[in-house]
Write a protein that binds this ligand. Structure first.
Ligand code: GLY
Length: 566
């Protein structure tokens, strides 16, 4: 009788566990689920236009052109014609590739262009105003991708974007706040009030007819309109009047480049991410291999042990980033060694759960402060099974703040992603090595990490995020959230994030999102916690292929991001 009672108790317990597991599954917070296709981006208008292009029979590369330009209209904070970016793609037949449309240093750039006669960095020169601008790559990038893989003609793709610029989009609360905050710097840099200013209110309609005209010329005349045509002349006249060093020759020489992406295995996942001149893929590869042998799912999400392992691997990867990485067309990067299992095993040899590893025991005492965080990412899966991950940027919010009013767009301040003076912090606290010093036509080092994940040879996920140096660790945590911690795409992008980048010697955490007991234990082990650096870390957008073949969108709650699909 007693045995029967015990057995019943065990069965009940088991059933309760099963029931609670089932309940947990039912109550999972899923993002938008669709059958065939999806676009997730920083603005609903851009996601909708991407989907509109897919519904017209276009594919992910046609939708890329439309979405990227729609972000330039409706999300000028980071969407752009005056910046650059990176694309990772996976075609329906499994072919993988990468496109680099990163900005370049102008021909007249010099290694010391941001230093005064005493060799000190001139504050602000690489971040604000005409000297901060790198040669833009975005138009070259979207055309190169669309020409090779797209199906529709450019006029069909750009027409809805031109209409959006002409008829306008609705200003969000976030945009009103930003226009208010940036109003005075816009006015100082442009020596007049520009259309994006503190009088623009949330909920109102905002049109950009100059941008509509620029896009119309590009739609009619193609890629070269931006690099050699009337738009190029208008842009260079405008920039030179402002004192910038970019010339028509700079624009004419710009080319986007196909690159071999970084690819590696983590458990049963194949992960493909961006190669140099972005540090994203190399660092993601290094961190994931360094943590692979630890039982993260057993330790638990954002548990003490998980945080420790990730932080220590991040420290080591960012120390390497600082020293070795730069534009591969200009510097030799020991990529194979940096990503080899033997090297990475060795890197983690001195890790212990007992105490934080001291940063000065890790590596070359060079790099890095915080990069600016204003970039944007979109992910697309089309109805043909192609997937893309695209991260694009002006660098800082609204880039250099230089606004070419008659063209309707902002110019980047990407020159600040170079190390202005190797070995010393620049305006944003960045310290860099020789590998990332300024050379004419060189591309500046990036952290952008557009990433595609496959499982058993099939597409599993496409994702990425803005966030400067925190891009890499945000992408990392999102992949682990799905793979190790069984989260949905939406839960994975929403989950609280932390970040370590070797220097400064601190774990940055999203405020009030982590267990205080764990924070105390980390501090007791010698870690410094910074919960006040910024309220959020990254704004991840991703798409997950579910077991039934449907697509789940993860549009990060931290922004105005939206998934749209069918
Ligand atoms: N400008 C940010 C990055 O490229 O990482």
């Amino acid at each position: 009788m007693r045995n029967l009672f015990f057995l019943t108790f065990i069965l009940l317990l088991f059933n309760c566990k099963e029931a609670s597991k089932k309940t947990k599954k039912i109550t999972k917070n899923r993002g938008l689920v669709t059958d065939k296709a999806m676009v997730v981006s920083a603005r609903e208008e851009a996601s909708k236009i991407g989907i509109q292009i897919l519904k017209l029979g276009g594919n992910a590369f046609d939708a890329m052109m439309a979405t990227e330009m729609a972000l330039a209209v409706a999300y000028p904070y980071a969407g752009n014609l005056g910046g650059g970016g990176f694309l990772i793609y996976r075609l329906s037949d499994g072919e993988i590739g990468a496109l680099d449309y990163r900005e370049k240093a102008p021909l007249a750039a010099t290694k010391d262009m941001y230093l005064d006669e005493d060799g000190n960095v001139i504050s602000g020169k690489s971040t604000v105003g005409p000297f901060a601008i790198g040669v833009p790559g975005t138009i070259a990038g979207i055309f190169k991708a669309q020409e090779r893989f797209g199906k529709l003609d450019v006029k069909t793709i750009l027409q809805p974007v031109i209409n959006l610029a002409d008829t306008g989009f609705t200003i969000t609360d976030n945009q009103e706040r930003r226009f208010r905050n940036y109003d005075s710097i816009f006015t100082v840099v442009n020596r007049k009030q520009i259309p994006f200013n503190k009088t623009v209110k949330s909920g109102t309609n905002f049109t950009n007819t100059y941008l509509a005209k620029t896009l119309e010329r590009i739609a009619n005349n193609g890629r070269d309109e931006f690099y050699k045509g009337e738009t190029a002349k208008l842009l260079v006249d405008f920039l030179q009047a402002k004192g910038a060093i970019i010339t028509l020759e700079d624009l004419a020489k710009y080319e986007a480049k196909w690159r071999k992406p970084i690819q590696f295995q983590y458990d049963d996942l194949t992960i493909t991410s961006m190669s140099p001149p972005s540090s994203g893929g190399v660092c993601l590869n290094q961190i994931m291999i360094m943590v692979e042998d630890f039982d993260l799912s057993d330790y638990g999400h954002n548990s003490l042990k998980t945080i420790q392992v990730l932080v220590e691997a991040e420290k080591r990867a960012y120390a390497d980033r600082s020293y070795y990485l730069g534009d591969p067309d200009f510097v030799t990067i020991p990529q194979e060694t940096l990503t080899s299992n033997v090297y990475l095993e060795n890197r983690m040899k001195d890790f212990s759960f007992e105490a934080a590893t001291a940063v000065d025991s890790i590596s070359h005492g060079k790099i890095l402060g915080y990069e600016s965080e204003e970039t944007t990412h979109y992910s697309i899966v089309d109805q043909f099974g192609n997937a893309i991950a695209v991260t694009t940027t002006l660098n800082g919010g609204y880039g250099s703040k230089v606004y070419a009013e008659e063209l309707g767009f902002f110019l980047n301040n990407e020159m600040d992603d170079f190390s202005s003076k190797p070995g010393e912090p620049n305006y944003y606290g960045l310290i860099g090595a020789e590998a990332n010093s300024i050379v004419p036509e060189k591309r500046m080092l990036s952290s952008m990490t557009p990433t595609i994940v496959e499982k058993d040879g099939e597409l599993l996920m496409t994702l990425g995020t803005p966030g400067g140096s925190t891009i890499i660790t945000s992408v990392l945590q999102t992949i682990l959230n799905v793979h190790e911690f069984d989260m949905t795409m939406q839960e994975a992008v929403n989950a609280p994030r932390f970040h370590n980048q070797w220097l400064p010697d601190e774990i940055r955490m999203e405020a009030n999102s982590f267990d205080k007991g764990i924070i105390n234990q980390l501090e007791a082990k010698g870690y410094t916690i910074n919960e006040s650096r910024s309220p959020i870390i990254g704004i991840v957008d991703g798409i997950l292929v579910l077991d039934n073949g449907k697509l789940e969108g993860g549009a990060d709650k931290r922004g105005d991001d939206t998934a749209v699909g069918f």
